[in-house]
Design a protein around this ligand. Structure first.
Ligand code: PLP
Length: 378
């Protein structure tokens, strides 16, 4: 296997040493079912409870407020399926959501709910001002992504939730925190959310594990029923190794984030390309330092990405889950001209990337784009 420079960390991350250690320990020496009553199983149960506590602390929550799921897609589906009290009222969702939120909202619409999609600003952000015209006293559920997986735009969820609650105090606030968790400071009570989704494999955990924060006192009915695990809130034998690895990886990811200056990496790309390509940066200066979304005029993102792969650098096109869809729903909603949006790539960093890798990759991108532009002229 070729040794690539990996710059698609918003799609998934390399499993951390902690995740691998948990995988080994809890599928081998400690493989017991945490619901069993013999001593080694109780030890596994205790380890699960500690993992809940670790994740809860990273979210500013208590461990009773954490429900583990199979992925953030499930967490988002769960929030939409079971988070609307009395199944009444209108639903307000930003137009910049990940497909798992967007499709959940469309499903509610098909069931007869009034769903209102909020257009973002041209930098991809959703502000209280954007949301305000869509909220009324009948608003039952609001979902706004914390950090965009497409552009890295960070939304002020705290300001949004307080704006919404002033007009509709009973509205449930959900936020998809997959790209924010452990990367920017997250405290669910400061954010004012009732529900918050996270995923393990974006923070060095294994694929197939997620969690949903459910605020204390919120009567959330189960989405998946069966053996009554997790206090009847989500049945199914817990993914023990995945959950324990998630908690340990999240802790390590948060620690690395404290010393990581992703904006430095972003600037290397932007400075290298300036004057050499006709491009726009989707986002703003307050963006997450982990994601850089660029659109090149007159080019195609897939071709740029292939040329980068030829040069040993892996980058993304946008949401990993929607690469088969030709148009980019989020960039379209932001009003990015087609001539640019067709040539979009998403570069997403890890604190483990080195400056040398980033300089190499930025030069490779400059070369790839210049080569394509020459071909277009010829
Ligand atoms: N939400 C966001 C913002 C994401 O970036 C992703 C993954 O790309 C998901 C949800 C889905 O996460 P999972 O792969 O755990 O289902």
């Amino acid at each position: 296997m070729k040794n690539y420079i990996y710059l698609d960390n918003a799609a998934t991350t390399k499993a951390s040493s902690q995740a691998i250690a948990a995988l080994n320990r809890y599928s081998d020496a400690m493989y017991y079912n945490p619901s069993a009553s013999y001593a080694p199983a109780l030890e596994v149960k205790r380890a699960l409870s500690e993992a809940s506590q670790t994740l809860a602390s990273l979210l500013g929550a208590s461990k009773e407020e954490i429900i583990f799921t199979s992925c953030a897609t499930e967490s988002n589906n769960y929030a939409f399926e079971c988070g609307i009290k009395n199944k009444k009222g209108n639903v307000v969702v930003s137009a910049t959501e990940h497909a798992s939120v967007y499709e959940s909202a469309l499903r509610l619409k098909n069931k007869g709910f009034e769903v209102r999609f909020v257009a973002p600003n041209s930098d991809g952000t959703i502000t209280p001002q954007n949301i305000l015209p869509y909220i009324d006293s009948n608003t039952a559920f609001v979902s706004v992504i914390h950090c965009s997986n497409e552009t890295g735009a960070v939304n002020d969820i705290s300001a949004i939730s307080s704006t919404v609650k002033k007009i509709s105090p009973k509205a449930v606030i959900h936020s998809d925190g997959v790209q924010a968790f452990c990367k920017i400071p997250v405290n669910v009570s400061k954010l004012g959310v009732d529900l918050y989704s996270v995923s393990a494999h974006k923070v060095g955990g294994l694929k197939g594990v997620g969690a949903l924060y459910v605020k204390k006192g919120f009567n959330m009915q189960p989405f998946i029923v069966g053996g009554g695990q997790q206090n009847n809130r989500r049945s199914g034998t817990e993914n023990v190794c995945g959950i324990i690895g998630f908690a340990e990886s999240a802790k390590a990811c948060r620690k690395k984030a404290e010393n990581f200056n992703g904006k430095f990496f972003r600037d290397i790309f932007i400075e290298t390309l300036k004057g050499n390509a006709d491009f726009i940066v989707n986002g703003n200066k307050e963006n997450s330092g982990y994601i850089l979304s660029l659109s090149f005029r007159g080019l195609r993102g897939e071709i740029i990405s292939h040329l980068m792969e030829d040069r040993g650098v892996l980058i993304g096109l946008g949401s990993a889950c929607s690469t088969h869809i030709r148009t980019n729903r989020v960039l379209d909603a932001m009003g990015v001209e087609k001539a640019y949006s067709n040539g979009s790539v998403r570069i997403s960093f890890s604190p483990d990337n080195t400056e040398q890798e980033i300089r190499y990759a930025a030069n490779a991108l400059k070369e790839a784009v210049c080569e394509l532009n020459e071909k277009m002229k010829g």
